[in-house]
Design a protein around this ligand. Structure first.
Ligand code: ATP
Ligand code: MG
Length: 228
């Protein structure tokens, strides 16, 4: 059951005319997330100053979809999660949907940088997951494009990553449909001419708070409210 403030903003469409707009939007989203009580609890020491994404670093260009062998990263034991603890009860999950090349990784990269990560942000196309530790926040950036079936999510043990102490960004969540926890925020990117549109939908009260914060700061990108 959504709380009233969630229902106030359920879905918003933003226009992102170029890559710089995607990067800027990612930074604004980071600021919105930092205003979320859950993320503040996860990592109270996150930088409060806005970090604008620098130009791309070597080795972190757009993901290329080749036929290289699939590899699965070993799950990184979470320092705060007791062994055997199951379920998802308090982290944040953001899914990034959209066709090939719609800017999912670009947006994730800007978000991760704006949260305070200073090194390269590689596409998780081949590794399936890239792990970032920002202050005390564990951020997992997934890309499930290479899954042949959603059960591979379970086989890889990725469920463990979706815990109360983590922020999970998921590209190609539809490839793990039925196995992924419900997201707090759904971001759907589409090609629009040379640019992109982004539809942001809240799927939880926490997601609704983020969207409300974003609505104020990202007003210059907004178009019309999206369909629910
Ligand atoms: N708003 C935008 N307008 C135009 N181009 C953009 C925009 N945002 C990102 N791009 C460009 O789109 C290209 C693809 O970006 P990116 O790799 O992030 O897509 P992706 O959705 O992650 O692709 P994949 O499905 O392969 O993972 C990049 O060249 C990036 O610079
Ligand atoms: Mg990508």
């Amino acid at each position: 059951m959504h709380s009233p403030d969630v229902n106030a903003v359920v879905s918003t469409v933003y226009h992102l005319p170029d890559e710089a707009a995607t990067a800027r939007f990612g930074a604004l989203l980071a600021a919105g997330l930092k205003s979320s009580s859950r993320l503040a609890r996860l990592s109270p020491n996150l930088p409060t100053t806005e970090v604008l994404p620098p130009s791309p670093l070597a080795g972190e260009g757009p993901g290329e979809r080749g036929e290289a062998a699939k590899t699965s990263s070993e799950p990184t034991p979470h320092p705060f999660l007791p062994q055997g603890e199951q379920g998802f009860n308090g982290g944040l999950v953001i899914t990034l949907e959209g066709d090939l090349g719609t800017g999912k990784t670009s947006l994730a990269r800007a978000l991760i940088r704006a949260l305070g990560h200073c090194g390269p942000v590689k596409s998780p196309t081949y590794a399936l997951v890239e792990v970032y530790v920002i202050s005390s926040l564990y951020l997992y950036h997934f890309d499930f494009y290479r899954f042949d079936s959603p059960e591979e999510f379970l086989d890889a043990g990725f469920g463990e990553y979706f815990n109360a102490n983590a922020l999970c960004l998921v590209e190609w969540p539809e490839r793990a449909a039925g196995c992924l926890p419900r997201p707090d925020l759904r971001l759907r990117l589409r090609h629009e001419g040379a640019g992109r549109t982004l539809e942001a939908s809240a799927e939880s009260p926490e997601g609704g708070r983020c969207l409300n914060a974003l609505r104020a700061s990202a007003a210059s990108f907004s178009a019309t409210p999206g369909p629910r």
